[in-house]
Design a protein around this ligand. Sequence first.
Ligand SMILES: Nc1ncnc2c1ncn2[C@@H]1O[C@H](COP(=O)(O)OP(=O)(O)OP(=O)(O)O)[C@@H](O)[C@H]1O
Ligand SMILES: [Mg+2]
Length: 246
Amino acid sequence: MSTIELRELGKRFGSRWVFRRVSFAIEPGRFVLLLGANGSGKTVLARHLNGLLLPDEGEVLIDGRPIKADLAACRRTVGMVFQDPESQIIGQTVFEDVAFGPRVQQISEAEVSERVAEALALTGLEAERQSPPATLSGGRRRRLALAGVIATRSSCIVLDEPFTFLDHAACVELLRYLVGLKERGHTVIMITHDIEKVLGEADRVIALADGGVAADTSPERFLTELPAYGLRRPHGTLTELSWREV
Ligand SMILES: Nc1ncnc2c1ncn2[C@@H]1O[C@H](COP(=O)(O)OP(=O)(O)OP(=O)(O)O)[C@@H](O)[C@H]1O
Ligand SMILES: [Mg+2]
């Protein structure tokens, strides 16, 4: 399992900086929420974590090594579920799509099948294993994107707005799975506007605003500070917000 560290990270498009001087480290076994208003730079930041975007300043390190030295290794370590699930679909069938990530890791075909079966079971897609992804509903395509990342068994998983299109049961299943991953020492980094769904499960909240990190705090403290970020305070305590209580 791996520690991800951002050192003085800065990214600009043309002359406009999306963010600058973003620094934090996330140890294995943490569930971190990355929050911020539309356009605050969450997706851009997430794409730096597996080297899909390269910074204009600073660097990303995994276990102390700059990722740019070995982007392929970085992408094996950090799995990403994109905000737009369509951009992630590559296989002709659900099975082939989910098998893509494990196959890149050059493991045996028997192990690929085993991992795909597990990922399809966890996401409730077994019945559609031979279906073309285009025939799935929006929510089931989102599950497919999740299954693809689950099957890679990445030590760190980054999810950009994973609840979009998911029904209540799927949200609870997803949270249950992510908490299980965290308990096994994986790192979970989730970007979401659905704070109420996950605040009870998170260990840490990092909020982006005005081109930098505006808060890096505990869920408990963040809950009391929500109005300062223009966010409505959810009803209930952190324990009541947990899916375990639903
Ligand atoms: N390829 C690009 N070229 C130019 N500007 C970009 C590009 N990608 C992102 N941006 C800009 O960077 C800023 C941050 O965008 P980003 O998508 O990271 O926001 P976000 O926090 O994920 O927002 P949302 O909550 O809407 O998903 C925005 O102003 C956006 O217009
Ligand atoms: Mg985004």
